[in-house]
Design a protein around this ligand. Structure first.
Ligand code: MN
Length: 502
């Protein structure tokens, strides 16, 4: 479902011809060593590819054209080992359409106090070479990531690694196909949006299908496939008595399994890596897909409930970014509150569709009435989620721009068992507290739907917003409502003047 093996980040070292052959040879050797070190780092999941030092406008233009046209190249890292007069970079940077990270590092970490001479000074010039490069990037109004520090340190490698994950997410959304099975939940506002603009901005395409398209694939499911999946359910989850062999709702487990097989086949046949459905458009589907959606999400598919294509896309993108990291990522909804005089919490959940990658143990597989939609009882996985830091992210359409809102939260263990709650759930403590977080979130127009992740950080979402050229609002430990309002007002003007939709 997620394949990063062919993806590459290109490492571009800037210099100029003035230095002569010997220095340039040293520059090339040093760059290759840096690339070797970064490529071997356990923190960097994407292959880092060395490119020969660029020393002239034509070489820079050429490598940027090559990066643009190479489908495996998902981004570039730039580093000015020496001074590299930055007017040379204008042509290349003007056309470069891949994410860019400016690594402000130096080959040697410490000054060799006894030996330092002018030759050393001429070689190790990133302190000023990277400033010249930074100027032209700012002059071109080019959004980019800047990472400062010695390249051998864990901190630099970790940050670089996380940025490569964001570049991977950007590459994913460029090619993402989202299938909407049914339309939007009737009259709901926040899950709507401009799908043409979304394609122009993010690359992703969002198109509608009908439940009959899924049923056509369900009709092709064989008994063997069905029995095999039932066996997987029996081995992977604790089945409730009603769903066990001989149980009174055993048939519903078969119906659910058939929906999973049909839905998976439909998605794979169409190349869809994210999807939505809605309980109002189920057609002949007997149940709202519960366990099917949960297991598809666990395999890496994006999902948004009630036609929420923006959250479906972001779930997929964030799952791709988080590939191989500890901690799960799920579609989420702020469901109900726990207000106490001391502290207040949010119980996050959904009608059914929470991803088992955030489960704290073996989920139980249960069947209960949905109480909405008038269909048969859906089968779902029920579990709690581990405590620890997480973020909630919501992408909304403000009419003239997309806005990404992120709230940092701390998941906590529920204070008691929830024996009658028939859905998967997470309890969290918002930063800085529920009062300020919910005030800011509501003022920002953040959705009730989010992507919840314990694998990614706010910095990832910040980098994603920069690459996409969309607005970002962060609610964290330092959020102050008056400043938050000022930021939104400033952004309103900024996006009106500089970054409005075409
Ligand atoms: Mn919902």
């Amino acid at each position: 479902m997620i394949d990063i093996s062919k993806k590459e980040i290109w490492f571009l070292t800037g210099s100029q011809d003035l230095y002569g052959e010997e220095t340039l040879k040293q520059v090339a050797a040093d760059s290759q060593e840096v690339v070797k070190g970064l490529d071997a780092s356990k923190h960097i999941p994407i292959k880092i590819v060395y490119k020969p030092t660029v020393k002239s406008p034509s070489e820079i233009l050429q490598v940027c054209q090559d990066a643009n046209s190479n489908p495996n190249c998902i981004g570039v890292i730039t580093w000015m080992h020496t001074f590299s007069p930055a007017k040379m970079w204008i042509g290349g940077l003007n056309i470069l359409n891949k994410p860019l990270c400016h690594l402000h590092t130096q080959f040697n970490a410490e000054i060799p106090w006894e030996d330092i001479d002018m030759d050393y000074m001429n070689l190790h010039q990133s302190a000023h070479g990277d400033r010249e490069f930074g100027f032209i990037m700012s002059r071109l109004r080019k959004k980019r990531k800047v990472i400062v520090g010695h390249w051998k340190t864990e901190r630099v490698q970790q940050r670089l690694g996380m940025w490569t994950r964001v570049a991977l997410g950007w590459d994913e959304i460029q090619n993402l196909k989202v299938a909407r099975i049914g339309d939007n939940m009737r009259e709901v506002a926040v899950t709507e949006g401009d799908k043409v603009e979304a394609q122009m901005r993010f690359g992703m395409s969002v198109n509608a299908y009908d439940s009959s398209d899924v049923i056509a694939h369900m009709d092709k499911v064989t008994d063997d496939e069905l029995e095999a999946l039932i066996k997987v359910y029996e081995e992977s989850y604790n089945l409730s008595d009603r769903l066990k062999e001989g149980g009174e709702q055993r048939q519903s487990l078969y119906d659910a399994a058939k929906i999973e097989l049909g839905l998976r086949s439909f998605l794979d046949a169409g190349g869809f890596k994210a999807f939505t459905d809605t309980f109002e458009n189920l057609g002949e589907l007997k149940q709202l897909p519960g366990i099917a959606t949960q297991r598809l999400m666990a395999d890496g598919y994006g999902f948004g409930g009630e036609g929420d294509w923006k959250t479906a896309a972001m779930t997929r993108v964030m799952k791709v970014m988080a590939y191989g990291l500890e901690g799960g990522t799920s579609f989420m909804e702020d469901y109900t509150y726990h207000f106490t005089p001391e502290k207040s919490y949010v119980l996050g959940s959904h009608m059914l569709e929470i991803c088992p990658t955030i489960s704290d143990g073996k989920p139980s597989c249960e069947i209960h009435p949905l109480g909405i939609g008038g269909k048969e009882d859906p089968v779902r996985l029920v579990f709690n989620s581990p405590a620890g830091p997480a973020i909630n992210a919501s992408l909304v359409d403000m009419g003239n721009r997309f806005r990404l809102i992120v709230n940092e939260v701390e998941a906590v263990k529920p204070m008691a068992d929830l024996p009658k709650l028939p859905v998967a759930r997470v309890l969290w403590d918002c930063k800085p507290d529920l009062d300020i977080a919910a005030t800011a979130w509501i003022l920002a127009g953040g959705a009730h739907h989010t992507v919840y992740t314990q694998a990614l950080t706010t910095e990832c979402m910040e980098d994603f917003a920069d690459i996409a050229g969309i607005e970002l609002l962060v609610i964290d430990q330092n959020t102050n409502i008056r400043q938050f309002k000022d930021t939104m007002n400033a952004n309103e003007a900024y996006y009106h003047i500089f970054n409005r939709r075409n």
